[in-house]
Design a protein around this ligand. Structure first.
Ligand SMILES: *Cc1c(COP(=O)(O)O)cnc(C)c1O
Length: 369
C-alpha cells in the first residue's frame, strides 16, 4: 500500500468542477487584486466563525505581522509565546525587533502552559501569543484571566493574539478559535486544514478599530488611494486564492468532520494496541481540527524508516524547539531551559492525516506502527 500524507490532489479532484469554474471566472474578469471574491470570502469567514471582522491576507505569517502591527508593537517590546511551534510565530515578533519570550508547554496538549506565563511578564510585556498547535486551542480562559488581572493590578494591557494557523474551525467552550483573544490569525497554506492553492491567510477580530487598522495595514497603510496613514505592507490575498477558498469553505464543515473521524479511528485502534505510544489528548471543553495527528514514540528515527519502507509517510512537527534554533541564539537561551518542549520535540511524530484516509489505510498504518 502507498499512503498519501495530506492528499491535496484528491481534495482538488473532489471539487474540481466547482473550483475550475471559480478560477475561470476570475480569469474572465481579470480582477486579480481585491476582486469581489475577496469580500465574498470575508463575509463567509465571518459567518462561519461568528467573528465580526475577517480580513484576508497574503499568508499566515503576514497575518501575525498585521496583528502585531495593529497593536503597535515596537522594538524592544516583549511578547510571550511558546518555543514548541513553527518558526513563524516567533520570527514575526523578531522581525518587528520585538523580543520573543518563551514559556514552556503543557505536556498533554503541547500548548503554552498558562501556569508559567505570570513569571515571564515584565513591564515591557505587550502581548501573549498562544498557538493552537495541531489544531487544538490553548487554555484560553486561564490566559485571559492572566491578562485581565495584569490590567487590573498593574494597569498593563496584554493583548492576546492567537496563532490559529493550524486551527481554523476548532472550538473552545463552543466558540471558534478565531473568536477568542483580541486578535486571531490563520493560514490557508495548502496543507493546513482549510488550504488554498498557494499562500493565503486571515486575521480575525471583534474590535472595529483594530479591524480598520488591519485592513489599512495590508494595503500599505493606505486610508484612501495613495494616502497613507501607517507604515504598512503589501499583504493582500490574491483573488484567485479567494475564489478557491469560497468553494472549499462551503465544503469545509464536512471535510473537518472527516478529519476528526480519522483521528477517532486512529485513537480507537492505537489505544487498544499499544502502551508504548502517547496519543493526542484533546480537552473536553474544546475541539481540534487535527491539522496533524501527532503521537509520541521513543525510537522515532527507526519507526519512521520502517514505516517509509511500507509506503507510510510520516513527519515531525517540530524536531527543534525555537529557543534552540540558530536564528535565536542572540536571545541567550540554552538547552534544558524548556525541558518539556525539548522532550516532546524528540518524541513527536505525525501520521498521515487528511479527510480521505480510508478505513483500510488507517488499519494498515496502525498495524505497521
Ligand atoms: C503554518 C503556520 C504559520 C505560517 O503560515 P504561512 O501561511 O505558511 O505563512 C504560522 N504559525 C503556525 C503555527 C503555522 O503552523
Amino acid at each position: 500500500m502507498k499512503i498519501d500524507f495530506a492528499n491535496l490532489q484528491k481534495h482538488y479532484q473532489c471539487y474540481k468542477d466547482e473550483i475550475d469554474t471559480a478560477i475561470q471566472a476570475v480569469l474572465d474578469k481579470s480582477n486579480y487584486i481585491m476582486g469581489e471574491e475577496i469580500s465574498e470570502l470575508e463575509e463567509s469567514l465571518q459567518e462561519f466563525t461568528g467573528v465580526k471582522h475577517a480580513i484576508t491576507c497574503s499568508n499566515g505569517t503576514d497575518a501575525l505581522l498585521l496583528a502585531m502591527m495593529a497593536i503597535n508593537i515596537q522594538p524592544g517590546d516583549e511578547i510571550i509565546t511558546t518555543p514548541f511551534t513553527f518558526i513563524a510565530t516567533a520570527e514575526t515578533i523578531a522581525f518587528l525587533k520585538a523580543i520573543p519570550v518563551f514559556v514552556d508547554i503543557d505536556e498533554e496538549t503541547y500548548n503554552i502552559d498558562p501556569s508559567k506565563i505570570k513569571a515571564a511578564i515584565t513591564p515591557k510585556t505587550k502581548a501573549i501569543i498562544p498557538v493552537s498547535l495541531y489544531g487544538q486551542p490553548s487554555d484560553m480562559d486561564a490566559i485571559q484571566t492572566i491578562a485581565d488581572r495584569q490590567l487590573k493590578t498593574n494597569n498593563q494591557k496584554l493583548h492576546i493574539i492567537i496563532d490559529g494557523a493550524q486551527s481554523f474551525g476548532s472550538t473552545y467552550k463552543g466558540k471558534t478559535d478565531s473568536n477568542l483573544g483580541d486578535i486571531s490569525t490563520t493560514s490557508f497554506f495548502p496543507a493546513k486544514p482549510l488550504g488554498c492553492f498557494g499562500d493565503g491567510g486571515a486575521v480575525f477580530t471583534n474590535d472595529d478599530v483594530l479591524a480598520e487598522k488591519i485592513k489599512s495595514l495590508r494595503l500599505h497603510g493606505q486610508t484612501k488611494r495613495y494616502h497613507h496613514k501607517y507604515i504598512g505592507m503589501g499583504g493582500r490575498l490574491d483573488t484567485i486564492q479567494a475564489a478557491v477558498l469560497n468553494i472549499k469553505l462551503k465544503h469545509y464543515p464536512k471535510d473537518l468532520k472527516l478529519r476528526q473521524e480519522v483521528a477517532e479511528k486512529y485513537n480507537k485502534i492505537l489505544s487498544t494496541k499499544n502502551d508504548h505510544l502517547t496519543l493526542p489528548v484533546v480537552k473536553n471543553d474544546r475541539t481540534s481540527t487535527f491539522a496533524q495527528y501527532s503521537i509520541r514514540v521513543q525510537n522515532r528515527d527507526k519507526i519512521q524508516m520502517k514505516l517509509k519502507e511500507e509506503g507510510i509517510p510520516t513527519a515531525v512537527h517540530y524536531p527543534k524547539p525555537l529557543h534552540l534554533q540558530e536564528a535565536f541564539v542572540y536571545l541567550g537561551y540554552k538547552k534544558s531551559d524548556f525541558p518539556i518542549s525539548e522532550k516532546i520535540a524528540n518524541e513527536i511524530m505525525s501520521l498521515p492525516m487528511n479527510p480521505f484516509l480510508m478505513e483500510d489505510e488507517i488499519k494498515y498504518i496502525c498495524k505497521n506502527l
